[in-house]
Design a protein around this ligand. Structure first.
Ligand code: PLP
Length: 362
């Protein structure tokens, strides 16, 4: 890995070394055209090929059935928090949300600006240290949709299975765990993710949307915030974030080369079990605050006995080449984000460092 850091950043986050090298190779001259991909029209054949191939790769990797569209949007996942109620929360209907942590809270708050909302289940009483049981999730009978946050990046809790909603559209924020494991996409009417955790660099938000969701949207929504406009124009209504989409293209090709999602999921579980294993075998030196049944395979949160020791852990980890292990400022503690691009070797090095730190401080 040369002088590459052990990168556990939460987002933007690690990208595969091979992807960065390929991008570097193609930066000045893309496929022999005498220009960078950033210097050509988004309506050119060369760009169009990248755009469509990226959609195709995503369909293939996620086994997306027909009847879905892949959209490339801007404004991050945070803009989706507003676009969802603007497009789908019609008067007289209710937007139902499962409250699982900081990101779910932001999604609900945005929906409250546009209409009535309801909390279908919440783990707030447990400080969001678990995902509610599927049987506890009760969407309002008058719901327009049920919104879930597949993985709470800050707390480190992740849905292990998804609710069955029948004909009620299920919408998921998968910003921090998209393509980390196999998912039955057909259960969802909309899956969205900001790219900068598990898909590529920031600047593009991927939406996987069921075509039937694009019918009869309210007339008074601004053009750029309409899923139907982006759908009709294949995400080329205006200039898309060309370079970010190109980088997502390279990441998807890399995932395919790894052997697809079954292999990637297995590796993610191996990576995280190294670190969770170290926590569980530490005799209480390290503490995983999240319920074992809800532990995330993307963001591992853990604590030490006191904040002084946590500060020392962060400082010493940095001296040893680890980056991004400080927990989110809102919850404190420590967090290792182990996205797809974080190599097994980085996780092994972290588990070893944790064991050594315990020997010296336990
Ligand atoms: C990072 C994150 C967001 C916010 O993403 P932006 O692209 O910065 O708006 C939303 N939801 C989840 C689960 C996240 O991890």
């Amino acid at each position: 890995m040369g002088n590459r850091a052990y990168n556990f950043n939460a987002g933007p986050a690690a990208l595969p070394m091979e992807v960065l090298q390929k991008a570097q190779e193609e930066l000045v001259e893309f496929q022999g055209i005498g220009m960078s991909i950033m210097e050509i029209s988004h309506r050119s054949a060369h760009y169009e090929q990248v755009h469509e191939e990226t959609q195709q790769l995503l369909k293939e990797l996620y086994d997306i059935p027909s009847g879905y569209q892949i959209q490339f949007l801007q404004g991050g996942a945070s803009t989706q928090f507003a676009m969802i109620p603007m497009n789908f929360l019609k008067p007289g209907k209710v937007g139902s949300y499962v409250l699982t942590g900081a990101w779910a809270e932001k999604a609900v708050k945005e929906a409250q600006l546009f209409g009535e909302t309801s909390i279908a289940a919440s783990s707030e009483a447990f400080k969001f240290m678990k995902i509610p049981a599927l049987s506890e999730i009760q969407p309002d009978p008058n719901s327009a949709y049920l919104h879930i946050t597949s993985n709470e990046t800050i707390e480190g809790a992740q849905f292990q299975a998804y609710p069955e909603t029948g004909s009620l559209p299920l919408i998921a924020d998968m910003s921090s765990d998209i393509l980390s494991r196999q998912v039955d996409v057909s259960k969802f009417s909309l899956i969205y993710a900001g790219a900068q955790k598990n898909l590529g660099p920031s600047g593009v938000t991927v939406a996987i949307i069921k075509e039937e969701m694009l019918q009869d949207l309210p007339k008074n929504i601004p053009t750029m915030l309409r899923y139907d406009i982006h759908g009709k124009n294949n995400s080329l209504y205006n200039t898309p974030p060309v370079y970010s989409i190109y980088m997502v293209n390279l990441v998807l090709k890399w995932l395919k080369e790894q052997g697809g999602l079954a292999v990637v999921e297995k590796r993610n579980r191996e990576k995280t079990s190294l670190i969770y294993g170290t926590i569980d075998q530490s005799g209480g030196f390290y503490r995983g605050p999240v319920d074992k049944d809800s532990r995330s395979i993307m963001n591992i949160t853990f604590r030490l006995q006191d904040e002084e020791l946590e500060k020392r852990f962060v400082k010493e980890s940095e001296q040893n080449g680890f980056v991004g292990l400080k927990g989110h400022r809102s919850v404190g503690g420590l967090r290792a984000s182990t996205y797809n691009a974080v190599p097994y070797e980085s996780c092994k090095a972290l588990a070893d460092f944790m064991a050594d730190f315990q020997r010296r401080n336990g």
